[in-house]
Write a protein that binds this ligand. Sequence first.
Ligand code: ADP
Ligand code: NI
Length: 218
Amino acid sequence: MTHKEQLAAIKAFSFKKMSNDATGHNFDHIQRVIKTAQRILKDEPADATITLAAAYLHDVADDKLVSDPATLEQEIRDFLQNIDFTEEQINEILYITHNLSFSKSLSANPPKLSLAGQIVQDADRLDAIGAIGITRAIYYGGANSETIYDPNIQPRKSMNKAEYRNLDNETIINHFYEKLLKLTAMMNTPTAKKIAEQRHQYMLDFLDEFKAEWDAKK
Ligand code: ADP
Ligand code: NI
């Protein structure tokens, strides 16, 4: 199989797995991550096939989204083998999909990602900020019955992985302080950092406007 045929097969597999999610992980998220990864790949000497394969598959076995991630990882492994990926390539792709999450980055020993992995992580994080990020946070908050905003709940400035994953009184606006506004400083590649800075400012402007309207100051 050519690289192009392999990626077409992975795209179809990802589409089948991701097209009925209602928490902001629909296939449109995947397509934006792919586009952004392609944009970053123009500036970085990473393996494009590994990068794009991992980008297509990065949320398929997410333990937030599926009850049995291990079975899905095995399914992905078998699928990649069937379309001629080597054991080494499969391990690299699954290492990326397994380790790119924000909560993993908060652990005491954050995983080290290859350049391909860093690009997928940057592309995924760019989709969590800016206008798209604002929309996804509201969409996710609605799907999970979160409160919009509570001025009495203060953002928790630093959290470890377990604390982040066990938040029980999250508000949509708090999520900006506890995750989204931290992502720009965490970008790996200069290209992503530059894109992130503009999107970051857009979120700061949004939050200023939101609070001014909340207090009827505007
Ligand atoms: P990703 O696919 O970008 O790794 P997540 O799985 O963490 O993202 O979440 C999907 C989307 O929902 C992201 O845009 C994220 O910022 C948003 N989101 C996650 N948790 C919350 C939350 N508690 N409140 C509001 N939005 C959230
Ligand atoms: Ni994602």
